[in-house]
Design a protein around this ligand. Sequence first.
Ligand code: ATP
Ligand code: MG
Length: 140
Amino acid sequence: MATERTFSIIKPDATRRNLTGKVNAVLEAAGLRIVAQKRIQMTQAQAEAFYGVHKERPFFRDLVTFMISGPVVVQVLEGENAVARNREVMGATDPKKADAGTIRAQFAENIEANSVHGSDSAENAATEIAYFFSGIELVG
Ligand code: ATP
Ligand code: MG
């Protein structure tokens, strides 16, 4: 399995509680390297576009409001099988169902304020990375 990149967001519930370093420690311990990272405040338009795939879902409005409720840290993670590895270490969407030791089991507040986002495929990872980072910001 070749080295792969995935896209990650540390969500506003986690930045609000000053958990960026703790989340990053879990990512790094899982063998993922943070090759790009910046703290940003998403606009409503950016959050709506990012979660556009969910726009028909009942939770879409609340999700967008939550994602712009404070700063987020957007990241590019690199490692063997990085997309799947990150999904594993994030844990299930609902923290009540997340395996012990995962980021969501340790830190998430609830199914919406669940501390992290991670791309669900290599194809979506490439799209999401290009949405938030320019080539010059990716140093490998
Ligand atoms: P993400 O895409 O953020 O990595 P995910 O892939 O585990 O999470 P999705 O099904 O893609 O989950 O949902 C995107 C986000 O929408 C979730 O992370 C969560 O913040 C929110 N969400 C999902 N399902 C619900 C729900 N039933 N109620 C409220 N919010 C939800
Ligand atoms: Mg998802």
